[in-house]
Write a protein that binds this ligand. Structure first.
Ligand SMILES: [Mg+2]
Ligand SMILES: [Zn+2]
Length: 244
């Protein structure tokens, strides 16, 4: 335990942070390339991601890809480079680190990947959309909470700042020594701005969040210390310097 007797909180984005590729985009591209091509623009500008996402699983089922096949695809996806080193580090310091995933992805997909990679016990808390199977065994996704309306930065399905505010109602932010946020996407910018001077931000190098900070010159909006990363070892190297 560090000298203040407080734990560190690591907040993980999921897609392209824990997993190297975006789970669902890559599944659409893999299983229904035509549908992907026809809707590529829609996909990236889609405001109502959940309806689109629900349509996607229906499409895949129509093409003959049932959940068992899609599940296997998710289980076989690679984690981001050397991420296992970071999880090893967290496990070694599990009395001093709490971990939470905060993602717009859904519970069943997130848990499938975590379980397969034996991460379900390392990452204690999961903030994600709800999902269940309908009568045709098609994955159906619903909003985690109607309360997650969009702020100016975020798409309607999830504002991570609001989601984390909700988390901090139960797990007091002051009870943590530092908040450490690891992400890659434009939807990680909002919560990045909510980190304070004492916190650490890890944007994935050359991905959207990094480009917003370094190419769109929004780095000055961030109060936290920033360490771009390309692999898990680089993250561990920074964490090792903290007081444990
Ligand atoms: Mg992401
Ligand atoms: Zn937001």
């Amino acid at each position: 335990m560090n000298n203040k007797g407080k734990k560190y909180l690591i907040v993980f984005d999921f897609d392209q942070t824990i997993t190297d590729k975006d789970t669902e985009f890559s599944a659409i591209e893999y299983f229904t390339p035509d549908f992907y091509k026809e809707n590529e623009h829609e996909l990236y500008t889609q405001k109502d991601w959940l309806s689109f996402n629900n349509l996607l699983y229906t499409k895949m089922k129509e093409k003959g890809f049932n959940w068992e096949i899609i599940k296997k695809y998710y289980e076989d996806l690679n984690l981001s480079p050397k991420m296992e080193e970071l999880f090893k580090f967290i496990l070694e310091h599990q009395n001093n680190i709490d971990s939470v995933i905060c993602t717009g992805n859904n519970k069943i997909v997130v848990e499938t990947v975590l379980k397969k990679n034996k991460l379900d016990n390392i990452i204690r808390y999961k903030i994600c959309n709800n999902s269940e199977f309908d009568n045709d065994n098609i994955l159906k996704i619903t909003y985690l909470n109607e309360k997650y309306e969009h702020c100016n930065d975020c798409q309607p399905f999830l504002c991570k700042s609001l989601a984390m505010d909700n988390f901090f109602e139960k797990h007091k932010r002051e009870s943590y020594n530092k908040v450490i946020f690891i992400g890659d996407g434009s939807n990680d910018f909002c919560f990045s701005k909510h980190l304070n001077e004492n916190d650490i931000l890890f944007p994935r190098k050359n991905f959207s969040l990094y480009n917003i900070l370094y190419n769109d010159n929004k780095k000055n909006k961030i109060k936290a210390e920033i360490h771009p990363w390309e692999n898990g070892i680089q993250i561990v190297d920074v964490l090792k310097k903290l007081d444990f």
